[in-house]
Design a protein around this ligand. Sequence first.
Ligand SMILES: Cc1cc2nc3c(=O)[nH]c(=O)nc-3n(C[C@H](O)[C@H](O)[C@H](O)COP(=O)(O)OP(=O)(O)OC[C@H]3O[C@@H](n4cnc5c(N)ncnc54)[C@H](O)[C@@H]3O)c2cc1C
Length: 468
Amino acid sequence: MANIEIAATMGRQVLLNADVIEQFSTRLRGGQLLRGDDGYDAARKIYNAMIDHRPAIIVRCAGVADVIDAVNFARSNDLLVSVRGGGHNVSGNAVCDGGLMIDLSAMKSVRVDRDSRTARAEPGVTWGEFDRETQAFGLATTGGLVSTTGIAGLTLGGGLGWLMGSHGLACDNLISVDVVTADGRVLIANDSRNEDLFWALRGGGGNFGIATSFQFRLHPVGPVLGGILIHGLDKAAEIIRFYDEFTRSSPDELGTFVGFVTSPEGERVMAIFVCCNGAVEEGERILKPLRELGPPLTDTIGAMPYVQVQKMMDDGFPAGRQNYWKSNFLKGLPPEAVDVILEHVAKAPSPHSAVAIEQFSGAVNRVGMDNTAFNHRNARYNLLIVGIWVDPAATAGNVRWVRELWDAMQPYSTGSVYVNYLGQETDEGPERVKSAYGPEKYARLAAVKQKYDPMNLFRLNQNIRPPA
Ligand SMILES: Cc1cc2nc3c(=O)[nH]c(=O)nc-3n(C[C@H](O)[C@H](O)[C@H](O)COP(=O)(O)OP(=O)(O)OC[C@H]3O[C@@H](n4cnc5c(N)ncnc54)[C@H](O)[C@@H]3O)c2cc1C
C-alpha cells in the first residue's frame, strides 16, 4: 500500500501508510473522507469562501468514541489537527491544509430537560437547531444572532446574543462541559470538577480539548418584541447621540445594535436592530422613545417568536461569500468616531459589507471579571467591521477597505478584542490573541493550556501557547 503525505506539527510533513489510515478508519462509527472521496469537498467547505483548505483526512465523528480515536491517532502520529463545529469562524481555523480535520458537524443531538430548565447539546448543533428544540418548551439561552452559527465555537469564545443583557453570555449559561483532552481522556468540567478547565473553556476558545457535550441553563423566553429601525445616513449622527444616552439607562431586557448596512433598495442606511425580551406591552413602552426618534424611514418592530428574531439577520450572512472581518472594543461613541464610520461606509466597495456597533449592558457586565476567561465585562460597545463580497477578484479592495476603517478607528478603540471575531494569526499578528485576554488572564490561560495540552495539539485556533 502507498504512503500518504500528511501535514504534521511545526510545518513538517509525515508519511503514513495507507493501511494504517484504513485500519484507523474501520474503528470509526462516522467514517473518514480522503481527497477524491464523494462528499470530501462538501465536508471541507465552511462559511467563509476565502478559506480553501484541503485536509488529508476528514474524520466525520458520530460520537465521543470517534473523537477520542481521532485525537489519539493525531497525537500519536504528530498530525496537524483542526476542529470543526458549526464552521462559521471567519479565520477558517476549522479546516487545516494537509492535516487531520476533526469534523463534529454530524453530532447533532439536543435534549431539553423542562423540569430543571437545562439542555444538553452536542458540538455539531447550530443556534437555529438549538433554539428550535428549547423553544418547544418556551425556553432559550443566550445564543448567536445568525441561526447557522455553531453553538460550540461561539460558546467557547464567550457568545454574544440578544439575551445577554438578561442572562449573560452563552458561556455564562454553561453548567458543565464534557471534554476530550489531548491525551485522549474524557473529562467533565464544571464548578466542582476540573474547575480550572471549566474556567478556561468559558472564553478561552478551542485551546484545551474538544468539547463533546455542552450543558446549558435555560430561561423562559418569548414571544419577544423584535425588528429593525432604519434611518438615512444624514440623520445618523443625531440618532446615535440619542441612542448612546438611551441605552445607558435602558433595562436589561433590551438588546440592540447599530448596523451600517445596505437596504434592499441599494441605499446605504443606518439600522438599529432590536430584541426586547419580556412582556410585549412593557417592551412597547421601553422602545417608544427610540421608535419615535427621527422618525425612522422604516420600523419593522413587532411581537414575534424568539426563533424568528434569531433568524432576523440570516439573509445578510449566507455561506459561500468572501469574508474578511476586523474588530475592537470601543471606549465610547463620540461624534468624531461616528464621522469616521460614516466617511468609510460611503466608500465601501461591496454592498454586502457592514459595520456593526454591538451594545453590551446588563447581566453580561455583572458577571465577576475573574469568574470566566472572557475578559470584556466592562465593555459598552464592540465595533465589528464586516467585509463581505462575492467575487474573489475583488478581494484586495475589500480587505483594504476593512483595514483602513479599522486603522482610522484606533483612536476610539480600547485595544481589546473579542476572540471569536479575530481572523487568522498570520493576518492579525500573535499579540492580538493576548489583547483578547489581557496579560494576567493570558498567563492563567497559558498555565491551563500547559496542564491539559502541553504539546499544543490544539494549535489551529486563536492559540494560547503552553509556556514550556
Ligand atoms: C455570520 C456570523 C455571525 C456571527 N454572529 C455571532 C454572534 O451573534 N455572537 C457571537 O458571539 N459570535 C458570532 N459570530 C462569531 C462566532 O462566535 C465564531 O465564528 C465561532 O467560532 C463560530 O463557532 P462555530 O462552531 O460555528 O465555528 P467553527 O469554525 O466550527 O469553530 C471555530 C473554532 O472553535 C473551536 N471549536 C469548534 N468546535 C469545538 C469543539 N467542540 N471543541 C473545541 N473547540 C472547538 C476550534 O478552534 C475552531 O477552529 C458570528 C460569526 C459569523 C460568521
